[in-house]
Design a protein around this ligand. Structure first.
Ligand code: ATP
Ligand code: MG
Length: 366
């Protein structure tokens, strides 16, 4: 894919609630960063989807939006869904899950990093070094049950956890690939398989396939942890964690726990990556409790955009995009460490103030 790229297209899906608010902030930051870094321009085109659009049109994820996502070089996503807005059958509007399946975005990548300036949840000095990545398998696991569960005679209900060899192998290989890149930067790397192999056959199979994949990466350390033990480790010594890979539902739960360690959902970016397509979005939802008040912390959205730039840089051999990603991360670090503190963690900087400060920090950041 090497070559000179002058422009890349990004399908922008702002969605609902604070998704729209942090997306507007992010588009302003991306434009400012592009002006500083140079390199390929991003053509950022908005497309409708989500709960509000469903109310207006009767369609939560229009075919034209899916087609635009398919044709774009990357997808940038705010957040979607709203508590009272549901399909006639009572199910929630969660187009992000449909997009994961549509584009086979099997690897949910959730990096967790503590930035100086944020209040520390853990008093231990070593908590300054929190820097780990959770890889969540996103096409099967317990989420396979979505739309398939049943209640039998109003007496009992059952959901199915599905683990396949192919699904586990590709998520595990993705985690080891990530660990190889971290090893190049940090000297060593480890991948931990998180499961519940002592109780569930499906999870024992997940671990077995993980071990087979691990054997192909002898230079990367590999180990295992039960999900309950990992919940404890995440709180007791998260600085010791590196790369982790786990089943869909465990990943969903642990990534919210992990976000709490570094300030909250507004500090947790994520990427949904497949072999052809990738979608980048903050790990949080639409936050109805604070939506419309301008209080959202846009950092998770900013960091997700930086992940998008890194992914595009690699695929299109465009090192300027990597520079742009580092520029955005550095500007966030400068902003947080110089006393501009998001309301989410008790500061007084609202979304607009965080955005202004981060954009102002850009030129100084390289
Ligand atoms: P989802 O179902 O999409 O996972 P959720 O129900 O888990 O969503 P979120 O929307 O992620 O909920 O919000 C969880 C909590 O975190 C809420 O109290 C919300 O206000 C807060 N929160 C989430 N994102 C942010 C943000 N960017 N800035 C400030 N607070 C946030
Ligand atoms: Mg959640």
């Amino acid at each position: 894919m090497a070559g000179i790229t002058t422009s890349l297209s990004v399908a922008v899906l702002p969605g609902d609630g604070i998704g729209r608010e942090v997306m507007a902030a992010c588009l302003a930051l991306l434009a400012a960063a592009e002006a500083v870094s140079g390199g390929p321009a991003l053509a950022l085109t908005p497309h409708p989807a989500g709960a509000q659009y469903y109310l207006e049109s009767g369609d939560a994820l229009p075919a034209a939006t899916v087609a635009a996502c398919r044709n774009a070089d990357a997808i940038l996503f705010g957040a979607m869904g709203w508590p009272d807005v549901r399909f006639p059958d009572g199910t929630e509007i969660i187009p992000q899950l449909d997009l994961r399946m549509e584009f086979d975005l099997y690897a949910g990548v959730r990096p967790i990093r503590w930035f100086p300036g944020l209040p520390r949840i853990l008093a231990d000095e070593r908590a300054r070094g929190i820097d780990f990545v959770l890889v969540r398998e996103q096409t099967e696991g317990l989420f396979y049950a979505r739309g398939r569960g049943q209640v039998i005679e109003d007496r009992e209900s059952c959901d199915t956890m599905r683990i396949t060899r192919a699904g586990t192998a590709r998520a595990s290989a993705f985690a080891f690939g990530l660990a190889e890149r971290r090893r190049a930067r940090r000297g060593s790397a480890r991948v931990t398989c998180i499961d519940k192999a002592n109780v569930f056959t499906s999870m024992a199979f997940f671990r077995k396939v993980f071990d087979e994949v691990a054997a192909a990466y002898p230079e990367i350390a590999a180990d295992h942890a039960y999900v309950d033990a990992m919940a404890l480790t995440m709180v007791k010594k998260p600085w010791a964690l590196d790369v982790m890979v786990t089943e869909n539902m465990f990943g969903d739960i642990l990534s919210d726990l992990a976000a709490g360690l570094v300030g909250g959902m507004g500090m947790a970016p994520s990427a949904d990556i497949g072999d052809r397509h990738a979608l980048f979005q903050p790990a949080h939802g639409t936050a109805p409790d604070i939506a419309g008040q301008g209080k959202a912390n846009p950092c998770a959205m900013f960091l997700s955009a930086a992940m998008m730039l890194d992914w595009l840089a690699e695929r299109h051999a465009a090192p300027e995009l990597e520079v742009r990603a580092r520029l955005i991360e550095a500007a966030i670090a400068v902003t947080l460490s110089s006393g501009t503190t998001p309301m989410e963690v008790g500061g007084d900087a609202d979304c607009a103030a965080m955005t202004r400060a981060t954009i102002a920090a850009l030129p100084a950041a390289i």
